[in-house]
Design a protein around this ligand. Structure first.
Ligand SMILES: [Zn+2]
Length: 188
């Protein structure tokens, strides 16, 4: 049976089919635009409920997401867990805690993401949390692409397998299919 979170992604039109240039430089035939699910508050709540269930007993003091993609998941997970939901954002390209947000030493923190792919932004967020003397309990996300190798647990609403290729070995390039960078142009 498909996970309810995967069904919500599909029903929201968040799983796009086409030819995509990923931020890693690789090409894929599918892309998860989770903002199309998260823009519906009631669906966001249902998609993240399984994540909140998995972490409820872990003594979490706050949820922290990297801007922009992690802001709404952090807010929604924080709401369901009854703790503060903070975010880190880039200042001179470095993820930083701004706006008067404080992470207390000793806090147990859940990182929040929309989709975890390589885990790069997750690790950058973890570095900010650890620098404050707090502990990263894990990362909660809508979807886990299963390509990260993070040093803490991943709590995902759904697993999401998306095939991707190096640019020079991409079959869609071979077929002459126009490529789009997700989020920056009109989708096909
Ligand atoms: Zn291609």
């Amino acid at each position: 049976m498909e996970s309810p979170t995967l069904e919500l992604l599909k029903e929201s039109g968040a799983l796009l089919e086409g030819h995509f240039l990923l931020s890693s430089g690789r090409h894929s035939n599918r892309y998860c635009q989770s903002a199309l699910l998260l823009c519906h508050p009631e669906r966001a709540a249902r998609a993240l409920a399984p994540v909140a269930e998995q972490v409820r007993g872990l003594g979490i003091d706050a949820v922290v997401g990297p801007a922009l993609g992690g802001i709404v998941p952090a807010y929604e997970l924080a709401r369901q867990l009854g703790v503060p939901g903070l975010y880190v954002e880039r200042e001179d390209e470095i993820l930083t805690l701004r706006r008067g947000f404080v992470i207390q030493p000793g806090w147990r923190i859940l990182i929040a993401e929309d989709v975890v792919t390589t885990g790069k932004s997750t690790l950058e967020t973890a570095a900010v949390i650890q620098a404050a003397g707090a502990t990263v309990v894990g990362v909660g996300c809508i979807a886990d692409r299963g390509e990260s190798n993070l040093p803490f647990p991943t709590f995902a609403g759904t697993q999401l397998s998306i095939q991707s290729w190096q640019a020079d070995g991409c079959p869609l390039c071979g077929q002459g299919v126009p490529i789009v960078k997700p989020g920056t142009r009109k989708q096909p």
